[in-house]
Ligand binder design. Sequence first.
Ligand code: URA
Length: 237
Amino acid sequence: MNYAPFFALCMRIVHTTHKMNDHNQTPKRLAVLALAQQAANCMNCGLASTRTQVVFGDGNPDGPLLIVGEGPGMNEDLEGRPFVGKAGQLLDSCLAEQTIDRRHIYITNVVRCRPTIREEKSVRNRPPSSEEMAACLPWLQQTIAIIQPVVILCLGAPSAKTIIKPDFRITQERGQWFSNSYAPNIIASWHPSYVMRMHGDAYDKARAQLVGDIAAARNRVREVRRTLEQSTALEET
Ligand code: URA
């Protein structure tokens, strides 16, 4: 017996009930919630026919930092939240080293439905195709337009190519700052799944670089805030 759809339905009811009882809604939260409700019925690409549910995003839309990954995997597809599997656990531990948790950030993906490949006896995760990423782009663009993040952290090449520039090269350009109409401060780092595939010293180095890029993102948020406070103080004198 396959309990996955039943489990997914229960999670959705818990999630929706929780949101309905939350009286601390802000304009950005309400706008993201409304967008997520529209996206829940998205039929823009073939992933609609294989997903359990749309994994729209998670965290705090009022936070200054937006993290964008690649696409949901099996765990995310079942639970309805991004980065809840092993890669998510690694990401959470890297964020925690910089005293960041999901209440401080909003986190989403370039595609909001799980891309899969069907093999003889199993269904596996796969990277999203360029058509799937293009079909999902309006959701990402609208999410960014609502949140107006101070900093975007792209995790992995597909995210960086979508948000920074199509010819982005993760091995050469990770950890560098970019700016465009999506956000004034954009940085890309290794995807946690890539870090997990490393071993020994290579793992330690890649993980340290991911933590370093998260630290750079957090420091940039602080710098921007400080500059804003100083200019407000100047205006008030
Ligand atoms: N990998 C991603 O890129 N996103 C998720 O939500 C989970 C794993």
